[in-house]
Structures are given as C-alpha cells and as structure tokens.
Design a protein around this ligand. Structure first.
Ligand code: DGL
Length: 315
C-alpha cells in the first residue's frame, strides 16, 4: 500500500483552504494538517521579521504534528519569509509565488499580467522576480508576446501590473465574500487593472479565490484568472514522487528524515508519533477562535469542517 504523506499547510487564516481543497481533490494519497494563524490575521501589512518569526513557530508546530512537507499556503509569507524558513528547516517547502508566476507566464496570451495581492506581497516584488525567472527558464513559447517584450529588455516589473487589495482579507475572514461590500470594493481595486488591459490576473493571495465569482463578473470572460494553487499541486506531486523514489532507493527502513527540524529554538512535539495510527484526512488548528474558523470555513468550502483545535504559538 502506498504511503500516505502528511502535508503541513499554513496561512494567516481561511485563505489556505483554497490551496488545501485543490491538493485534496487531486492528490489522493495525502493527509493535511492545516494551521490558520487567525489570532494574527491579516498578514498583509506585517513586516518581514514578524512573518519570519510566525513562520518559524508554525513550521515547528507542523513538524511536531508529523508534517513531512510544508506548503506555505500564504503568498505574503511565501514572498517574504520562505527563503529564510528554507534555510532554517530541513524539510521540503513549497510556496505560492514561484508556481503562480510560472503559471501566469505560461497562460498569458497578450503578455499583460496583472497581480492582486496584499500590500506586503506587492511591495516585495516577488511576483515580478518570479516572472523574470520563469521567462529566463524558457518555460514560455518562443512566439509569446511576453517573451518578446522581456527579450527587448522590458523589466519584469513593468510586465506585471500589481494592485494591493488590503480590504479583501478582512472581508473574507468575516464571511463577507459574497456581499455587496465585497463587490463595490472589488470594482475599485480592479479598475486600474482593467484600464491596463491585463489578460491574465494572478490571484496572489490565497484568500482571493473565494472572490472568484465577483472578480470574474467584473472583469468578464476575456481575463483569465490564475490561481497559483493549481501549479502548487503540480509541484507537490513531483516532490512527493521524488521523495517516494528516494525512499525506495534507500530502502533501509530508517524512515524519512525530512521531518527533523534544523531550527533548534523550538523543539517538535512528540504528537507526530501517534498520528500514523489514525485514519484522518485533514486536521485543523488555529491560533484564534476555532468556532469562527469552522463557521467561515464551512461556508467557504461548502463542506463540513468538524473539529478545529486551538493552539497558542509565540507570546
Ligand atoms: N492569504 C494570505 C496570502 O496569501 C495572507 C492574507 C493576509 O493575512 O493578509 O497572502
């Protein structure tokens, strides 16, 4: 029987559920431990230092819960803290930005990519760098408009028209994704992107796919909405295959060492040891109110979330 891998996945709140859903639908052999940092949401205007500290605490917690791979299901953390987390922990990590930028580069036809994201993600310019890297890797057809512009020396920054949308996250966390308030605010945020004629819009915050119907209605059929989660699933699948192959090669029975924390400030808890025996597919932890998370999560996912456990991290 194929080994069921445990994925540790985190976000500031309910946004990571959009990524979790894609993973669970497409990869049948995984289990997910979800952490929503709802006591500290939103992350969107936090400093890099804070996001690194939060990330360290959460990754340590998830490793303690048996995670063998971490999915940073938060663009803001991916854009700022992920490189540091990768250095500090000896566990494979997948973020949102590289896969999302690659997908946008592959999908745009007119070569005009738009980005909606949090303030911190926009300021980091991580998506522009990701688009540059995807172009440099050559994962775009030779005749693409974007490639031509890039080869002519246009900065990737100019190729990505970015708009920060600070009010979206609080609205979604409050369960107001389908409200008239959300529609009005979305019209204002999207107007400059419409004016710029973007043809592919990166949903650069994991909360935003919950607004897809609203965004779609405003922008119309001609603008392709790019959800980085789709590309994250592809990368995760490749990574898990690679891990399986490596394990087979070793075939020594010594087990996967990926879950060992390099970071010594916070030790993993022993609860990882008991998880292998149960039959769960998802487990949910939050730092804030578990009832609110369950209620909003149920509505957004349109599936029941039964148990949400509260944990306190940091101070
Ligand atoms: N969902 C997160 C992201 O992808 C964080 C949003 C926030 O907390 O501001 O950026």
């Amino acid at each position: 029987m194929k080994k069921q891998r445990v994925i540790g996945l985190f976000d500031s709140g309910v946004g990571g559920l959009t990524v979790m859903k894609e993973i669970l639908e497409q990869l049948l052999d995984v289990r997910i431990v979800y952490f929503g940092d709802t006591a500290r949401v939103p992350y969107g205007n936090r400093s890099r230092e804070e996001l690194i500290r939060f990330g360290e605490e959460i990754v340590t917690f998830l490793i303690g819960q048996g995670a063998e791979v971490i999915v940073v299901a938060c663009n803001t953390s991916s854009a700022t803290a992920l490189p540091v987390l990768r250095e500090r922990f000896d566990i494979p990590m997948i973020g949102m930005v590289e896969p999302g930028a690659r997908l946008a580069v592959e999908k745009t036809i007119a070569g005009r990519i738009g980005l909606i994201a949090t303030e911190t993600t926009v300021r980091s310019k991580a998506y522009s760098s990701g688009v540059s890297r995807a172009l440099a890797k050559g994962s775009v057809p030779e005749d693409s408009v974007l490639r031509a512009a890039w080869q002519q020396g246009e900065q990737a920054i100019a190729l990505v028209k970015a708009q920060s949308c600070p009010l979206f996250v609080p609205l979604i966390e409050a369960g107001l994704a389908n409200s008239s308030e959300a529609q009005g605010i979305a019209r204002t945020y999207l107007a400059p992107l419409q004016a710029a004629g973007v043809d592919a819009l990166i949903l650069g915050c994991t909360h935003f796919p919950f607004l897809e119907p609203v965004i779609h209605e405003i922008l119309g059929e001609d603008v392709l909405l790019i959800d980085p989660a789709l590309a994250v699933v592809e990368e995760l699948e490749l990574l898990l295959k690679h891990m399986d192959e490596q394990e087979k090669e070793r075939a020594t029975g010594e087990g996967n060492k990926a879950g060992t924390a390099k970071y010594i400030g916070l030790a993993p808890t022993p609860s990882a040891l008991v998880l292998g025996k149960s039959h769960w597919r998802t487990r949910y932890f939050v730092s804030g109110d578990p009832g609110l998370f369950r209620q909003v999560g149920n509505t957004l996912l349109q599936e029941p979330i039964d148990l949400v456990e509260q944990v306190t991290l940091g101070d």
